[in-house]
Design a protein around this ligand. Structure first.
Ligand SMILES: Cc1cc2nc3c(=O)[nH]c(=O)nc-3n(C[C@H](O)[C@H](O)[C@H](O)COP(=O)(O)OP(=O)(O)OC[C@H]3O[C@@H](n4cnc5c(N)ncnc54)[C@H](O)[C@@H]3O)c2cc1C
Ligand SMILES: *[C@@H]1O[C@H](CO)[C@@H](O)[C@H](O)[C@H]1NC(C)=O
Ligand SMILES: *[C@@H]1O[C@H](CO)[C@@H](O)[C@H](O)[C@H]1NC(C)=O
Ligand SMILES: *[C@@H]1O[C@H](CO)[C@@H](O)[C@H](O)[C@H]1NC(C)=O
Length: 587
């Protein structure tokens, strides 16, 4: 961790007193895992994500952090910053996005945290709607809706995300049914505070209702339109579902994947390519009179002993350092079979799994994340990726491919599997390739067509100049997905290169930019990163020695890889237009 004092910024003293006055109550509580750390109460701050590292490993600074507890306090803070032309960003309780969405440009920006905007405001049981503040976490949303007999039909699988953050990046679960699996497609209204001129007191609350064109911009906003203060979601009466995880070999996966999503409402697929093994989630609604009180507690989101995490990470590092592909395959088979035996954390009742189907209420099955409740002080246990312990450290490449291209994409990946079977063991350590169904959305920056979101997690070295075992294969898959088949990268995951030219893939990008110009004409909520992904600024690729190793560039010369370690820039094996770092001259 960097020394905070070395990042001291001269904040003008009136800022200090303003923030002091408004947020005096905040002084005592800054839990250690807060992504915002300030050297003096609420000033001279740095912010990071929940992994402790952005793709380019930079550290983001801000002059101040502010923790409003109501929409009025959001308005005051935003008006103050607008008047003083400060850059702003909305930060959340945990800051789970991987890219630098949360960084204000420069050093004297303002972070507006939604940590204390965590109240449910209204639940309307006859209209089936729930209105909440934007910092409400998915777990709380699910629980409070269930208490009123309601459910969000589809959601991300990890419940530590805030409603504002999920809308910020287009977060989703898996379904082709109804309006699909994206949270933002269930928004029927929201309130957003935006900058304004002196005649409006420098801030304006815009109330967006269902059917209004601006809502299509605000539903997936990348945080550049202003501060969403409240969100209203359309829910459904609480229901039950019945889950069976069915295994099968992967010889017909390319065909199955295309049709499976229309057969089961909550279908998803886990693919373990080197083991030629697939787990199909056959998951559907059932009548509430079917017995069962199942629970989902996915092991990947459970607290783990710090010592266990350190041993696993140490083993992975050794396998990397010694090019031990076989060792990785042994480890991945063990992990895969443990997860299978543990039914991926599904329990029929109480704490045990007795067999499929697992039947239960939606609120107990849709999402999990018991590691959020790890003891805060001791760090003997933690979420597996908690940067304060030696644990998981990974890249995540996640893109959605239109259903019409899914078959060809899977076949291309299978060609790579046949060429280098062991190269996939590394990602199987992280539960394989998770394939989830997403549906076309009316949101300007939402999914453009029905498709499958491929979610791939893999080892990242603590040393940016160290290549990864079978580096080339994962780089090739990334380029096949994003460039050959025009995949849309998840806005809240991925490495820089996945976003190269991304905005051209969105038909309504111009309409989004128009709303942005109206809501925030001076770009106070924009940053270099959001300008780059929105196609307004160049520099998304960072060309330097070793840049391809971290996905900061696509290699065009050997120095972008690690020639001294035997990794050189070459065309892909299946996709010739790909340029990847491949290990040569050794076995
Ligand atoms: C363990 C884990 C599991 C995950 N599982 C899934 C999954 O199943 N499906 C999926 O789609 N994604 C998943 N994600 C990714 C996740 O959806 C996104 O990263 C999400 O945006 C993070 O939400 P957050 O609340 O942490 O927001 P942040 O990452 O803090 O913020 C995201 C963006 O939203 C903006 N923002 C946040 N609140 C507001 C607001 N009130 N007003 C305006 N802008 C705002 C921020 O400024 C930022 O630009 C997962 C991530 C992790 C770490
Ligand atoms: C809101 O968040 C704060 C800080 O994490 C917490 O102390 C408080 O209990 C939360 N309130 C609700 C209603 O969840
Ligand atoms: C995969 O399973 C099918 C039956 O489901 C079988 O016909 C086929 O031979 C299997 N392929 C391999 C490679 O095991
Ligand atoms: C369960 O409810 C359905 C209607 O929702 C009904 O048709 C069925 O008979 C019920 N089954 C039992 C066992 O009560």
């Amino acid at each position: 961790m960097p020394n905070l004092r070395s990042h001291r910024i001269k904040a003008r003293s009136y800022f200090q007193s303003f923030f002091h006055f408004l947020f005096i109550l905040m002084v005592e509580c800054t839990p250690p895992e807060d992504p915002i750390k300030c050297s003096s109460k609420t000033s001279n701050c740095i912010i990071t994500n929940s992994y402790g590292m952005f793709p380019d490993r930079s550290i983001c600074q801000a002059a101040n952090a502010i923790y409003p507890t109501s929409e009025d306090e959001v308005i005051q803070a935003l008006a103050f910053a607008t008047k003083n032309r400060m850059k702003m960003k909305v930060a959340t309780r945990y800051s789970h996005s991987i890219p630098k969405l949360v960084c204000p440009d420069g050093e004297d920006g303002l972070l507006i945290s939604t940590k204390y905007l965590n109240h449910t405001l209204r639940i309307d049981q006859s209209a089936l709607t729930m209105t909440m503040e934007s910092g409400v976490i998915l777990r709380q949303l699910i629980n409070e809706a269930a208490k009123a007999g309601l459910a969000l039909p589809y959601s991300p699988y990890w419940w530590g995300l805030t409603i504002g953050g999920m809308l910020g990046t287009g977060a989703h679960g898996s379904s082709l049914w109804g309006k699909g699996s994206s949270i933002h497609d269930y928004v029927v209204g929201l309130r957003i505070v935006t900058p304004a001129g002196p005649e409006d007191g420098y801030a304006k609350v815009r109330v967006l209702d269902y059917g209004q064109a601006d809502l299509e911009a605000a539903k997936v906003s990348l945080g550049v339109l202003g501060v969403i203060s409240q969100v209203t979601l359309k829910l459904e009466p609480l229901f039950k579902r019945s889950i069976t995880m069915a295994t099968r070999n992967d010889s017909d996966l390319a065909d199955q994947a295309v049709s499976f999503g229309s057969q089961h409402e909550f279908a998803d697929i886990k693919w373990y390519p080197s083991q030629h093994w697939v787990v199909y989630r056959k998951d559907n609604r059932v009548s509430t009179n079917i017995s069962g009180n199942g629970l989902n507690d996915f092991p990947g989101f459970q607290s783990r002993l710090a010592i266990e995490l350190a041993v696993n990470r140490g083993l992975e590092e050794t396998q990397e350092a010694t090019n031990d592909g076989d060792g990785k395959c042994t480890s991945s088979r063990i992990i895969t079979s443990l997860l299978f035996a543990a039914a991926y954390g599904l329990k029929n009742k109480g704490l045990i799994f007795t067999g499929y189907p697992v039947v239960g209420y939606q609120n107990r099955l849709q999402s999990s994340g018991s590691c959020l409740d790890s003891p805060e002080d001791k760090l003997t246990t933690a979420c597996p990726w908690d940067p304060r312990v030696k644990g998981q450290f990974f890249h995540q490449t996640t893109f959605s491919i239109g259903l019409s291209n899914v078959k060809s994409f899977i076949q291309d990946v299978q060609k790579l599997v046949n060429l280098e079977p062991k190269s996939f063991c590394g990602l199987e350590l992280y539960d394989g390739i998770l394939m989830r169904y997403v549906k076309a959305s009316s949101a300007f920056l939402g999914k453009q067509e029905d498709g499958i979101d491929f979610d791939i997690t893999y080892y990242r070295s603590k040393d940016p100049m160290k290549p990864r075992l079978y580096e080339d294969i994962l780089e090739e898959i990334e380029q096949i997905g994003v460039f050959k088949y025009g995949g849309l990268p998840h806005w809240g995951k991925n490495r820089n290169i996945a976003f190269d030219g991304v905005i051209r893939k969105y038909r309504n990008a111009e309409q989004f930019l128009k709303v942005m110009k109206v809501y925030d004409p001076d770009g106070l909520f924009s940053s270099e990163w959001t300008d780059q992904i929105l196609g307004l600024k160049k520099g998304l690729e960072i060309m330097k020695d070793g840049c391809a190793l971290e996905g900061l560039c696509i290699c065009s010369q050997d120095s972008h890889c690690a020639p001294t370690k035997g990794y050189f820039c070459r065309p892909g094996k299946v996709y010739e237009d790909a340029r990847v770092c491949i290990r040569l001259n050794s076995k």
